[in-house]
Design a protein around this ligand. Structure first.
Ligand code: G3P
Ligand code: MG
Length: 258
Protein backbone atom coordinates (compact mmCIF):
# COMPACT_ATOMS: atom_id res chain seq x y z
CA UNK A 1 0.00 0.00 0.00
CA UNK A 2 1.28 3.48 -0.80
CA UNK A 3 2.08 5.68 2.13
CA UNK A 4 -1.02 7.33 3.55
CA UNK A 5 -1.40 10.41 5.66
CA UNK A 6 -1.92 10.18 9.38
CA UNK A 7 -5.29 8.96 10.62
CA UNK A 8 -6.19 12.58 11.32
CA UNK A 9 -5.51 13.60 7.75
CA UNK A 10 -7.30 10.76 6.00
CA UNK A 11 -10.07 10.71 8.56
CA UNK A 12 -10.64 7.03 7.82
CA UNK A 13 -13.74 6.61 5.68
CA UNK A 14 -16.32 4.43 7.39
CA UNK A 15 -18.25 3.21 4.36
CA UNK A 16 -20.98 1.12 5.94
CA UNK A 17 -23.17 0.86 2.84
CA UNK A 18 -22.91 -0.35 -0.75
CA UNK A 19 -25.71 1.85 -2.06
CA UNK A 20 -25.79 5.66 -2.03
CA UNK A 21 -28.80 7.62 -3.25
CA UNK A 22 -27.76 10.10 -5.97
CA UNK A 23 -28.82 13.71 -5.29
CA UNK A 24 -31.18 12.12 -2.75
CA UNK A 25 -33.15 9.63 -4.80
CA UNK A 26 -33.19 11.43 -8.13
CA UNK A 27 -35.46 9.01 -10.01
CA UNK A 28 -38.25 9.39 -7.46
CA UNK A 29 -38.13 12.94 -6.11
CA UNK A 30 -36.61 16.26 -7.22
CA UNK A 31 -32.83 16.16 -6.87
CA UNK A 32 -31.07 17.99 -4.04
CA UNK A 33 -34.26 18.79 -2.09
CA UNK A 34 -35.42 17.87 1.40
CA UNK A 35 -38.24 15.88 -0.21
CA UNK A 36 -35.56 13.92 -2.06
CA UNK A 37 -33.79 13.09 1.20
CA UNK A 38 -37.05 11.87 2.75
CA UNK A 39 -37.75 9.77 -0.33
CA UNK A 40 -34.27 8.23 -0.17
CA UNK A 41 -34.96 7.19 3.42
CA UNK A 42 -38.37 5.82 2.47
CA UNK A 43 -36.69 3.75 -0.25
CA UNK A 44 -34.35 2.16 2.30
CA UNK A 45 -31.21 4.28 1.80
CA UNK A 46 -28.70 4.72 4.59
CA UNK A 47 -26.49 7.10 2.61
CA UNK A 48 -27.09 9.83 0.05
CA UNK A 49 -24.96 12.01 -2.17
CA UNK A 50 -25.86 15.70 -2.57
CA UNK A 51 -24.33 18.55 -4.58
CA UNK A 52 -23.31 21.78 -2.87
CA UNK A 53 -22.72 25.25 -4.33
CA UNK A 54 -22.48 28.74 -2.90
CA UNK A 55 -24.92 31.59 -3.40
CA UNK A 56 -23.66 35.12 -4.09
CA UNK A 57 -23.55 35.82 -0.35
CA UNK A 58 -21.54 32.67 0.30
CA UNK A 59 -24.25 30.39 1.70
CA UNK A 60 -23.92 26.68 0.81
CA UNK A 61 -27.10 25.36 -0.80
CA UNK A 62 -28.01 22.12 -2.54
CA UNK A 63 -27.82 22.56 -6.32
CA UNK A 64 -26.26 20.54 -9.12
CA UNK A 65 -26.14 22.98 -12.03
CA UNK A 66 -24.32 26.33 -12.00
CA UNK A 67 -27.56 27.87 -13.32
CA UNK A 68 -30.99 27.86 -11.72
CA UNK A 69 -32.94 27.25 -14.90
CA UNK A 70 -33.20 23.45 -15.19
CA UNK A 71 -34.27 22.58 -11.66
CA UNK A 72 -35.90 25.72 -10.26
CA UNK A 73 -38.37 28.46 -11.09
CA UNK A 74 -35.43 30.92 -11.13
CA UNK A 75 -33.27 32.12 -14.01
CA UNK A 76 -29.55 32.74 -14.40
CA UNK A 77 -26.49 31.76 -12.44
CA UNK A 78 -26.95 30.64 -8.84
CA UNK A 79 -23.86 32.62 -7.89
CA UNK A 80 -25.53 35.91 -8.86
CA UNK A 81 -28.39 35.44 -6.35
CA UNK A 82 -28.45 35.69 -2.56
CA UNK A 83 -29.58 32.80 -0.39
CA UNK A 84 -32.82 34.46 0.70
CA UNK A 85 -34.05 34.68 -2.89
CA UNK A 86 -32.73 31.25 -3.93
CA UNK A 87 -34.44 29.46 -1.05
CA UNK A 88 -37.80 31.00 -2.05
CA UNK A 89 -37.67 29.35 -5.48
CA UNK A 90 -39.57 26.25 -6.53
CA UNK A 91 -37.17 23.33 -7.04
CA UNK A 92 -39.89 20.67 -7.22
CA UNK A 93 -42.46 21.74 -9.80
CA UNK A 94 -40.23 20.86 -12.78
CA UNK A 95 -40.10 17.26 -11.52
CA UNK A 96 -43.76 16.67 -10.66
CA UNK A 97 -46.78 18.72 -9.66
CA UNK A 98 -46.90 16.95 -6.29
CA UNK A 99 -43.50 18.47 -5.42
CA UNK A 100 -44.37 22.04 -6.41
CA UNK A 101 -42.94 24.72 -4.08
CA UNK A 102 -40.30 22.42 -2.64
CA UNK A 103 -37.46 24.95 -2.18
CA UNK A 104 -33.72 24.54 -2.78
CA UNK A 105 -32.45 23.93 0.78
CA UNK A 106 -29.49 25.41 2.57
CA UNK A 107 -26.85 22.82 3.39
CA UNK A 108 -27.52 23.43 7.08
CA UNK A 109 -31.18 22.46 6.75
CA UNK A 110 -30.26 19.37 4.79
CA UNK A 111 -27.78 18.25 7.46
CA UNK A 112 -30.39 18.70 10.18
CA UNK A 113 -32.90 16.59 8.26
CA UNK A 114 -30.30 13.93 7.43
CA UNK A 115 -29.57 13.58 11.12
CA UNK A 116 -33.26 13.25 11.95
CA UNK A 117 -33.64 10.61 9.25
CA UNK A 118 -30.53 8.72 10.34
CA UNK A 119 -28.90 9.15 6.92
CA UNK A 120 -25.17 9.60 6.23
CA UNK A 121 -24.02 11.86 3.44
CA UNK A 122 -21.41 12.26 0.74
CA UNK A 123 -21.22 16.00 0.10
CA UNK A 124 -20.06 16.78 -3.42
CA UNK A 125 -18.63 20.30 -3.72
CA UNK A 126 -19.08 21.65 -7.24
CA UNK A 127 -16.11 23.49 -8.74
CA UNK A 128 -17.63 26.66 -10.24
CA UNK A 129 -18.80 29.83 -8.44
CA UNK A 130 -16.41 31.27 -5.88
CA UNK A 131 -12.87 30.30 -4.99
CA UNK A 132 -11.92 26.90 -3.61
CA UNK A 133 -10.97 28.58 -0.35
CA UNK A 134 -14.33 30.37 -0.08
CA UNK A 135 -16.15 27.09 -0.56
CA UNK A 136 -14.06 25.21 1.98
CA UNK A 137 -14.48 28.13 4.43
CA UNK A 138 -18.26 28.10 4.00
CA UNK A 139 -18.50 24.33 4.46
CA UNK A 140 -16.29 24.61 7.54
CA UNK A 141 -18.51 27.35 9.03
CA UNK A 142 -21.62 25.24 8.45
CA UNK A 143 -20.09 22.16 10.03
CA UNK A 144 -18.76 24.10 13.00
CA UNK A 145 -22.20 25.66 13.65
CA UNK A 146 -23.40 22.34 15.08
CA UNK A 147 -20.95 19.61 15.98
CA UNK A 148 -23.61 16.96 15.30
CA UNK A 149 -23.32 17.78 11.58
CA UNK A 150 -19.98 16.01 11.56
CA UNK A 151 -21.60 12.70 12.46
CA UNK A 152 -23.71 12.98 9.32
CA UNK A 153 -20.99 13.97 6.85
CA UNK A 154 -18.95 10.86 6.11
CA UNK A 155 -17.02 12.08 3.05
CA UNK A 156 -16.64 15.25 1.01
CA UNK A 157 -15.89 14.74 -2.68
CA UNK A 158 -15.03 16.99 -5.59
CA UNK A 159 -13.79 16.96 -9.17
CA UNK A 160 -11.63 19.92 -8.14
CA UNK A 161 -8.22 19.12 -6.66
CA UNK A 162 -8.03 22.73 -5.50
CA UNK A 163 -11.19 22.34 -3.42
CA UNK A 164 -9.92 19.07 -1.92
CA UNK A 165 -6.64 20.79 -1.09
CA UNK A 166 -8.49 23.59 0.74
CA UNK A 167 -10.65 21.06 2.57
CA UNK A 168 -7.53 19.18 3.62
CA UNK A 169 -6.20 22.36 5.18
CA UNK A 170 -9.43 23.56 6.79
CA UNK A 171 -11.25 20.33 7.67
CA UNK A 172 -8.51 17.70 7.79
CA UNK A 173 -10.54 15.30 9.91
CA UNK A 174 -13.31 14.84 7.31
CA UNK A 175 -12.45 12.16 4.73
CA UNK A 176 -11.98 13.39 1.17
CA UNK A 177 -12.92 11.69 -2.11
CA UNK A 178 -11.53 12.52 -5.56
CA UNK A 179 -14.11 12.41 -8.35
CA UNK A 180 -12.99 11.30 -11.81
CA UNK A 181 -14.89 11.01 -15.08
CA UNK A 182 -11.80 9.67 -16.85
CA UNK A 183 -8.27 8.70 -15.80
CA UNK A 184 -6.82 12.22 -16.15
CA UNK A 185 -3.20 12.95 -15.26
CA UNK A 186 -1.50 11.06 -12.49
CA UNK A 187 -4.64 10.45 -10.43
CA UNK A 188 -2.97 8.00 -8.01
CA UNK A 189 -0.45 10.75 -7.16
CA UNK A 190 -3.34 13.20 -6.65
CA UNK A 191 -4.99 10.77 -4.22
CA UNK A 192 -1.76 10.61 -2.27
CA UNK A 193 -1.10 14.34 -2.34
CA UNK A 194 -4.63 15.21 -1.21
CA UNK A 195 -4.67 12.38 1.36
CA UNK A 196 -7.93 11.09 -0.09
CA UNK A 197 -9.80 8.23 1.55
CA UNK A 198 -11.77 7.35 -1.58
CA UNK A 199 -11.93 7.70 -5.35
CA UNK A 200 -15.34 8.18 -6.97
CA UNK A 201 -15.28 6.99 -10.57
CA UNK A 202 -17.65 7.32 -13.49
CA UNK A 203 -18.73 3.68 -13.73
CA UNK A 204 -17.49 3.33 -17.32
CA UNK A 205 -13.97 3.94 -16.04
CA UNK A 206 -14.03 0.96 -13.70
CA UNK A 207 -11.67 -1.81 -14.85
CA UNK A 208 -9.57 -4.41 -13.01
CA UNK A 209 -6.37 -2.35 -13.32
CA UNK A 210 -8.11 0.78 -12.00
CA UNK A 211 -9.42 -1.14 -8.98
CA UNK A 212 -5.94 -2.62 -8.43
CA UNK A 213 -4.41 0.87 -8.47
CA UNK A 214 -6.99 2.19 -6.00
CA UNK A 215 -6.32 -0.79 -3.72
CA UNK A 216 -2.58 -0.08 -3.85
CA UNK A 217 -3.35 3.49 -2.81
CA UNK A 218 -5.46 2.20 0.05
CA UNK A 219 -8.63 4.06 -0.96
CA UNK A 220 -12.26 2.96 -1.21
CA UNK A 221 -13.82 2.87 -4.69
CA UNK A 222 -17.25 4.34 -5.37
CA UNK A 223 -18.86 4.33 -8.82
CA UNK A 224 -21.47 6.73 -10.26
CA UNK A 225 -24.18 6.90 -11.58
CA UNK A 226 -25.31 3.29 -11.71
CA UNK A 227 -29.00 2.76 -12.41
CA UNK A 228 -28.92 -0.76 -13.86
CA UNK A 229 -28.92 -3.63 -11.34
CA UNK A 230 -26.98 -5.78 -13.84
CA UNK A 231 -24.26 -3.16 -14.14
CA UNK A 232 -24.15 -2.78 -10.36
CA UNK A 233 -23.65 -6.54 -10.01
CA UNK A 234 -20.70 -6.38 -12.46
CA UNK A 235 -19.15 -3.45 -10.59
CA UNK A 236 -19.43 -5.17 -7.21
CA UNK A 237 -17.83 -8.27 -8.75
CA UNK A 238 -14.94 -6.09 -10.00
CA UNK A 239 -14.40 -4.86 -6.45
CA UNK A 240 -16.30 -1.57 -6.29
CA UNK A 241 -17.16 -0.81 -2.66
CA UNK A 242 -20.34 1.23 -3.23
CA UNK A 243 -22.40 2.65 -6.08
CA UNK A 244 -24.17 5.99 -6.32
CA UNK A 245 -27.58 5.58 -7.90
CA UNK A 246 -30.84 7.36 -8.76
CA UNK A 247 -32.74 4.13 -7.97
CA UNK A 248 -31.37 3.00 -4.59
CA UNK A 249 -34.17 0.53 -3.92
CA UNK A 250 -33.49 -1.37 -7.18
CA UNK A 251 -29.74 -1.52 -6.54
CA UNK A 252 -30.16 -2.56 -2.90
CA UNK A 253 -31.60 -5.87 -4.06
CA UNK A 254 -28.36 -6.62 -5.96
CA UNK A 255 -26.04 -5.23 -3.27
CA UNK A 256 -27.65 -7.37 -0.59
CA UNK A 257 -27.08 -10.48 -2.71
CA UNK A 258 -23.32 -9.91 -3.06
O1 G3P B 1 -20.81 12.30 -6.86
C1 G3P B 1 -21.09 11.48 -7.95
C2 G3P B 1 -21.82 12.21 -9.05
O2 G3P B 1 -22.88 12.93 -8.50
C3 G3P B 1 -20.93 13.13 -9.84
O3 G3P B 1 -21.56 13.68 -10.96
O4 G3P B 1 -22.72 15.46 -12.19
O5 G3P B 1 -24.05 13.75 -10.95
O6 G3P B 1 -22.78 15.49 -9.72
P1 G3P B 1 -22.83 14.65 -10.94
MG1 MG C 1 -23.08 14.88 -7.65
Amino acid sequence: MAERGSEDETGGLLLDTRVIGHRGAAAYAPENTLAGLREARRRGCRWVEIDVRLTRDGVPVLMHDPALDRTTSGRGELGTHDATSVTRLDAGGWFAESFRNEPPPRLEEALELLRELGLKVNLEIKPTTGSARAKADAIGRTLRADRRHREVVRVISSFSEEILESLRELLPEIPRGLLLRRPVGDWPAALRRLRCASVHLWHGMVAPEVIATARREGVKVLAFTVNSPERARELFALGVDAVITDVPDRIEVVAGAQ
